[in-house]
Write a protein that binds this ligand. Structure first.
Ligand SMILES: *Cc1c(COP(=O)(O)O)cnc(C)c1O
Length: 378
């Protein structure tokens, strides 16, 4: 069986987790959390990074930080995960979905401006498959209308747009370290504070609305309730697992890219024959091989191919069912303009198995079976 994904587990993870167990300090913000935060700040070249319990929670923190309230509108693509809108819906916002670009599956930056009203508060670009959105254009629109940019960079660590790390470009960014992402702590995430003015409050919101972090640093002699907040800091055990991977991030990235590039070159002839489409990476983007997808003719063909692969023990998966057509999406959002690509393109997309240390023979087998399906008609 070739799985769709596999968690990365290095020997060092066992040692680090043992270190935490023996340290007697299992709650958050001890040594490993600090090392992860510092590693991420250095890699993303941003002011401040805090580990969180998930990307979902990092997005919720962002919504609190920019004071989203009842009646505000937030613009995002419909091709994303429920966490992207939920963070803002929890604060009473209405979601305004705009169409995606068929080449990257990212928000179409040219459709953002027409979706802006006097209630718009923020734009939330989602960097699908770790491929950057058109951030220059998005930042320019945000400046013109005085909006916040919150990057859902759940899939974006180690990817860049014009040399800048995804997640570190907007006012605030969010990473995911869920098991299915390139770097993982089981469940986990991080918030990137790229704008100085949010740092102090982010620390308080993350610590149940208290200034306990300042107290631990010896800056004040007692801590108390200061603001709204929640429990957004992960245990040291999660941080230890994550750190074992972050310190190997370049190796993991290179390894994933090798499989990604193998898929790309091996399936290229099928694209030339018109059987499928391969991902397109804009010249200004360097990606992290988070996802390798192909696009087939339509949803019927995709279902057939998924079954064909499954019968040969290969696990390929489709991805997001567009948010705007879902039950909650209809309740909490509206689509601005026309759904020209979101539904149709999402129905064609199929993700192939990709994980750290995927062997060449595994990738070969996947490609061979896909070739067989198209060339020999299955
Ligand atoms: C994975 C993912 C999330 C959620 O991440 P969690 O860490 O599981 O909360 C949010 N948005 C996108 C685009 C994702 O891929």
């Amino acid at each position: 069986m070739i799985p769709f994904s596999k968690p990365v587990i290095f020997k060092s993870a066992e040692k680090y987790i043992k270190d935490v167990l023996h340290s007697g300090k299992l709650s958050g913000d001890h040594d490993f959390t600090k090392r992860c935060n510092a590693w991420l700040e250095n890699r993303a070249k941003t002011k401040k990074v805090f580990l969180t319990t998930s990307c979902t929670h990092a997005l919720e923190m962002a919504a609190l930080l920019i004071n989203i309230k009842e009646g505000d509108e937030v613009i995002m693509p419909s091709y994303s995960f429920s966490s992207t809108p939920n963070a803002f819906v929890l604060r009473g916002a209405t979601i305004v979905f705009v169409d995606i670009r068929p080449d990257t599956m990212n928000i179409d930056e040219t459709l953002i401006e027409p979706a802006i009203t006097n209630k718009t508060k923020a734009i939330v670009p989602v960097h699908y498959a770790g491929v950057g959105c058109a951030m220059d254009a998005i930042i320019e629109i945000a400046k013109k209308y005085n909006l916040f940019v919150i990057e859902d960079a759940a899939q974006g660590l180690m990817s860049t747009y014009k040399g800048r790390t995804l997640g570190a470009i907007g006012n605030i960014g969010a990473y995911s370290f869920h098991e299915t992402k390139n770097y993982s702590s089981g469940e986990g995430g991080a918030i990137l504070i790229n704008d100085d003015k949010f740092i102090k409050r982010a620390e308080i919101i993350r610590e149940k609305g208290t200034n306990r972090s300042q107290f631990f640093r010896g800056e004040i002699d007692k801590y108390s309730w200061q603001d709204v907040g929640s429990s957004y800091l992960p245990s040291e055990l999660n941080a230890a697992l994550l750190f074992s991977q972050l310190e190997m991030a370049d190796k993991i990235n290179k390894n994933r890219l090798k499989s990604w590039n193998y898929y790309y070159t091996t399936l290229k002839p099928l694209e030339k024959k018109g059987h499928l489409e391969l991902p397109k990476i804009p010249a200004e983007c360097k990606h992290n091989a988070h996802i390798f997808y192909i696009k087939v003719n339509n949803i019927t063909e995709r279902s057939k191919l998924i079954k064909y692969l499954k019968d040969k023990n290969i696990n390929a998966l489709f991805h997001y069912v567009p948010l705007h057509g879902s039950k909650a999406g209809k309740n909490y959002g509206r689509f601005s303009g026309q759904d020209k690509f979101t539904t149709i393109e999402s129905e064609r997309l199929l993700r192939l198995p990709l994980y750290y240390n995927m062997s060449l023979s595994e990738a070969e087998l996947v490609c061979e079976i896909i070739k067989k399906y198209f060339v020999k008609g299955g």
